[in-house]
Design a protein around this ligand. Structure first.
Ligand code: ATP
Ligand code: MG
Length: 432
């Protein structure tokens, strides 16, 4: 008997001609995730992957890591035996004796057209033998086809049978980095981390953008929280980039120049405008936010519609229709819940108006923006950006600071323009 892992993917086989592409990305993601762990082989066998460990003792750690590989529907720690009935039945009996259920079922899948029996015949035959074996110890054991305590799963592939009684859920979705790039507005709160995760799970590679304000004395900055969240999410997509953008000065100008009821919406529009510039340099095809319809005043349908007008980039809101309890469940599952629970100072509620607009129209926001120097505010954000690169390798996330080179030309331009009249400043069309 040999111990192996069966890795099942559900959606990839639906992908027609692209199947090989998705499968090769899935295999690459598995290899990268397990880089530092002993893996003897990884083979495709009849619409599943079979992983043989180099050392059985590493199996629990391998399974734990695989739970973060997008594309995997479930992982089954299994025993591999020859597919002939006798060795197969003996192993099934031994495994079920160990599981020791009060009731059970046997399920057989046959992916070998030359196998002499069909799956129904096999289920009956194995069920009979397992029942006899278990009853030798406990006469009350019975077969229960609906909702059994333990299911003995048998998968027959050419030349061998794979048997298991437990399986571990995978994250599902599509393999990492198969769908293109998006920019996520990451606040440090529960919602935006889950929103980014959900799009990562659809194969999108996420670049994170976080806006922070200098915290009041005794409070911590949201930037540290955002960094920790990116560290927690990086193993799912292997590399991440986080832009941190100081927002104090921008907020002060909005507070000084716009009606209080539009403040929060203008902060949000400015965030989106700055993120759009980052999306351009990153060649990202859209933006992700953690908005959730009507959760807070800025998230009414009217306000969301007004916010998106003129942004010129698709805005994905994967949590739009979720309940908070569902979002929190996701946050716990993906490991961001505890991080977002840390107290930090969010910049959005700053200078919170007493009566925020809940039915804003795009035109009203445009007019309010018209009274501000939006191009200058966008430049201010980009010029202040700091950038950190994260990498998941050999089971660990490493990080390094990176100068956001892409904005260096902006800085150079600024330096060379210093002292020249504002009209000649090359800050053109940023907010168009
Ligand atoms: P979250 O839990 O993600 O903070 P929220 O329910 O608190 O969301 P808002 O504060 O209105 O709602 O923010 C809505 C969305 O705007 C966030 O989900 C996020 O995508 C974006 N956002 C808000 N604040 C910031 C920030 N400081 N930096 C980057 N994005 C932000
Ligand atoms: Mg928030």
């Amino acid at each position: 008997m040999k111990r192996i892992l069966i890795l099942h993917y559900h959606e990839i086989w639906l992908k027609g001609e692209n199947k090989n592409y998705f499968l090769s990305r899935l295999r690459a993601a598995i290899r990268q995730t397990l880089e530092d762990l002993p893996v003897a082989s990884l083979h495709s066998v009849s619409e599943r992957l079979i992983l043989t460990p180099g050392d059985d003792a590493a199996l629990p750690q391998i399974v734990e890591r695989l739970r973060r590989v997008f594309g995997l529907a479930y992982i089954a720690p299994a025993h591999e035996v020859p597919s002939a009935l006798e060795p197969l039945a003996a192993e099934a009996c031994a495994m079920m004796a160990e599981a020791n259920p009060a009731n059970f079922a046997v399920r057989v899948k046959i992916a070998d057209s030359n196998y002499g029996m069909n799956s129904l015949e096999m289920e009956r035959e194995l069920g009979r033998r397992v029942l006899e074996h278990l009853r030798a110890r406990d006469a009350t054991v019975r077969v229960k086809l609906v909702n059994p305590e333990v299911t003995c799963q048998v998968e027959i592939v050419p030349g061998k049978a794979l048997i298991y009684t437990q399986r571990v859920e995978g994250p599902g979705g599509l393999p990492a980095v198969t769908s293109g790039r998006l920019v996520a507005l990451l606040s440090g709160g529960f919602d935006s981390s889950v929103a980014a995760y959900k799009m990562m799970r659809r194969g999108c590679h996420i670049t994170f953008v976080h806006f922070f304000a200098t915290p009041s004395p005794g409070r911590s900055s949201s930037a540290g929280v955002a960094e920790e969240i990116v560290r927690a999410l990086t193993p799912y997509q292997f590399t991440s980039r986080l832009y941190r953008i100081p927002f104090d000065a921008i907020q002060r100008q909005i507070v000084a120049g716009a009606h209080q009821s539009f403040r929060v919406l203008l902060y949000r529009r400015l965030m989106a405008r700055i993120a759009r510039e980052i999306a351009r340099t990153e060649r990202a095809l859209g933006m992700v936010t953690g908005d959730n319809v009507s959760q807070v005043a800025s998230q009414t349908l009217h306000n969301l519609a007004a916010l998106d007008q003129g942004i010129g980039l698709p805005v994905y809101r994967p949590l739009a229709g979720d309940d908070k309890s569902e979002i929190l469940r996701w946050a716990r599952q993906i490991g961001t819940y505890k991080i977002s629970c840390e107290p930090f100072e969010d910049c959005c509620p700053r200078f919170m108006p007493r009566a925020p607009a809940i039915f804003a129209r795009a035109q009203e926001l445009d007019e309010a923006e018209g009274r501000l120097n939006i191009d200058a505010l966008i430049r201010m954000g980009l010029e202040g950006a700091a950038c950190t690169e994260y990498k998941f390798e050999r089971g660990e996330v490493t990080q390094r600071e990176n100068s956001p080179r892409r904005f260096e030309n902006l800085r150079r331009e600024k330096n060379s323009m210093e002292g020249q009249p504002a009209a000649h400043n090359a800050a053109s069309n940023l907010s168009a």
